[in-house]
Design a protein around this ligand. Structure first.
Ligand SMILES: [Zn+2]
Length: 185
C-alpha cells in the first residue's frame, strides 16, 4: 500500500523475525540511494492493512508499518526484503495523477519494482499462499485490508520459502490473486 491516510492504530511489537530487520532496512536504504531522504522508522503492529509507508510532504524520511502477520520467525527474509523495497520505492516514485485519479502505483513504479526485486513473483506467490484467507484486496483504493480473523492463522506454519522455490505450480496458478494483491499493496 502506498501511504495510509491516517496513522495506523496499535502498538509496535518486538520483532520475532529470524533476522535483524533494522539491519536489513538500513542496508536496503543505502543500496537504493535513499540515505539522503532522512530517517525511516519501522514498526510491526496489528493494524487494518497489510503494510504501508507514511510520509509528510516537506518532512524528511518516513515510517514503514508491517502488520503483525509478518511478525513470525517463519516469515522468509526475501519476502520482508521485497515488501521493504516496495515501501521504500514509494519515497522515490511519488503518486501522480493519471486520468484525473491519484495513482500510487503508476506504470513506472512496477517497472522499478521488477528491477529492484527480481524474485518478486515468488514473493507475491508466498504472500498469496500464506495470507490469502485473511486479507481483502481493495484495488480502487490500492489497499490490502487484514480481516479480524487473521489470528486464526497463527496456529499454523507458513509455507517455507524453499517450497515456493521448488514448486512454482503452487503459486503460478494463482496469477489472478497475485495480480490483485500486487495492485493493492
Ligand atoms: Zn505500494
Amino acid at each position: 500500500m502506498a501511504l495510509s491516510r491516517k496513522k495506523p492504530v496499535g502498538y509496535p511489537e518486538i520483532s520475532f523475525l529470524s533476522f535483524d530487520v533494522l539491519d536489513l532496512l538500513a542496508r536496503i536504504k543505502s543500496e537504493m540511494d535513499l540515505d539522503a531522504v532522512g530517517p525511516v522508522a519501522f514498526s510491526l503492529q496489528t493494524m487494518e492493512t497489510l503494510a504501508c509507508i507514511r510520509w509528510e510532504e516537506g518532512k524528511q524520511g518516513g515510517d514503514i508499518f508491517f502488520h503483525s502477520l509478518f511478525n513470525r520467525p517463519d516469515v522468509p527474509q526475501p519476502v520482508v526484503e521485497h515488501v521493504l523495497r516496495h515501501e521504500l520505492l514509494h519515497l522515490k516514485i511519488r503518486p501522480r495523477m493519471i486520468d484525473g485519479k491519484l495513482v500510487h502505483h503508476p506504470p513506472e513504479f512496477w517497472e522499478a519494482e521488477q528491477a529492484l526485486v527480481p524474485w518478486m513473483s515468488a514473493s507475491w506467490g508466498w504472500m498469496v499462499l500464506a495470507f490469502w484467507e485473511v486479507i481483502k484486496t481493495d484495488i480502487p483504493n490500492e489497499c490490502t485490508w487484514v480481516k479480524k480473523s487473521w489470528r486464526n492463522l497463527q496456529k499454523y506454519p507458513y509455507p517455507s520459502w524453499q517450497m515456493i522455490l521448488n514448486d512454482h505450480e503452487r503459486y503460478s496458478n494463482k496469477q489472478g490473486q497475485m495480480k490483485s494483491l500486487m495492485e493493492s499493496l
